[in-house]
Design a protein around this ligand. Structure first.
Ligand code: KG4
Ligand code: ZN
Length: 344
């Protein structure tokens, strides 16, 4: 059974053709980074307009790359939330129109479920019960999965998401957008122990994350040490960046990683699991993957991350996540609404 998936929750217009929930026949992503980078972050209205411009092309390309015909498609799945409402509406309206015209079942998928499902697409061997960390530009959520398809949210960020913290610092320093990959590229040139950022403790004993204090500490460090953001004529390459700034980037990235690992370690005291999983845009960070592997595999716990193309926003994870519901004969009705704050 072939599902056509669509994803337009933020700044990526994506379509994918997936067979039996895991076999990715095609996955096409039109990135809007060039549009938003001059603003240092996603401009919602520009995102919606660009989704409108790109979505048809992306769908056609995904079918062509999969060598699939419309008659091969058994259902259409689309992200219905969480995300930017205008951006979500483009994908949702388009998916409904396609499904209606082709007389196909239609399914709305939770974007976060898509991210979690991406781990199983790449690692079918991943065992439950598991802890899954979803780290992206919009979310830092830790889930306990008693089994596949069952989710218990056990921690979330009380303020900024991990990716947002990276994006905001990068924007402030004039380094560019998105911040995560830029900081990842520059961090090896700095000393990650230069600035001793602390892992924040939540006083009520919860496992929740918090990244806004880290951002404030970074800004204070810049002020105290008289470090200026990059000028417009400077490029974000190591040779143009003063050493204290490179040290800040390395220490900041390390502090984010340390907090993510700290919360997983604490969660392990409460939850007995067979694997640790990680997904979402930030999870393609090599340092994060390496640190997770060294910390948890030493304790005999396998750590599973999907390959890089499945970590950032894509439609294959949406088509995959929909498949199991479709197999049970569950589909959605035409009045399904986009929900920018949809929870999982
Ligand atoms: O999952 P995603 O594509 O979109 C959301 O659902 O938010 O995640 C985007 C986030 C951005 O904050 C971006 O800076 C971050 O993922 N990101 C990274 C890396 N690649 C993307 N963060 C750290 N290291 C990376 N290599
Ligand atoms: Zn995402």
């Amino acid at each position: 059974m072939i599902v056509l998936g669509l994803e337009s929750s933020c700044d990526e217009t994506a379509a994918a053709v997936v067979r039996e929930g895991t076999e990715i026949l095609s996955s096409v992503v039109a990135s809007q980074v060039p549009t938003h980078s001059e603003y240092g972050g996603v401009v919602p209205e520009l995102a919606s307009r660009e989704h409108v411009d790109n979505i048809w092309f992306v769908v056609e390309k995904s079918l062509e790359k999969a060598s699939a015909e419309w008659n091969d498609v058994a259902a259409i799945a689309v992200t219905r939330g969480p995300g930017l409402v205008g951006a979500l509406l483009v994908g949702l309206a388009f998916a409904k129109a396609l499904a209606y015209a082709r007389h196909l079942p239609f399914l709305g998928v939770n974007h976060l479920e898509g991210h979690i499902y991406s781990v199983f697409m790449d690692h079918p061997e991943a065992e439950t019960p598991a802890l899954c960390l979803v780290v992206s530009g919009g979310h830092t959520n830790l889930y306990y999965l008693p089994e596949r398809g069952e989710y218990k949210l056990i921690a979330r960020s009380r303020d900024d998401a991990a990716g947002e913290a990276l994006d905001k610092l990068s924007k402030f320093l004039g380094l560019g957008y998105p911040g995560g990959p830029i900081i990842e590229r520059l961090a090896p040139y700095g000393d990650e122990d230069a600035i001793p950022f602390r892992v924040p403790k939540i006083t009520d004993g919860s496992l929740d994350f918090s990244f806004s204090g880290l951002k404030t500490a970074a800004l204070r460090y810049l002020q105290t040490n008289d470090i200026e953001p990059l000028r417009a004529d400077q490029e974000s390459v190591p040779s143009e960046i003063p050493q204290p700034l490179l040290d800040l980037l390395a220490s900041y990235q390390k502090a984010i990683i340390n907090q993510l690992i700290d919360r997983v370690e604490r969660a392990l005291k409460e939850y007995d699991v067979h694997s640790i999983q990680i997904s979402g845009g930030v999870s393609c960070n090599r340092q994060l993957r390496e640190d997770l592997l060294t910390t948890f595999e030493a304790q005999g716990l396998p750590v599973h991350c999907p390959n890089a193309s499945l970590t950032t926003d894509n439609a294959a994870m949406i088509a995959g996540a929909a498949y199991h519901r479709l197999k049970l004969g569950k589909t959605d009705s035409w009045d399904l609404k986009a929900n920018p704050n949809l929870r999982l």
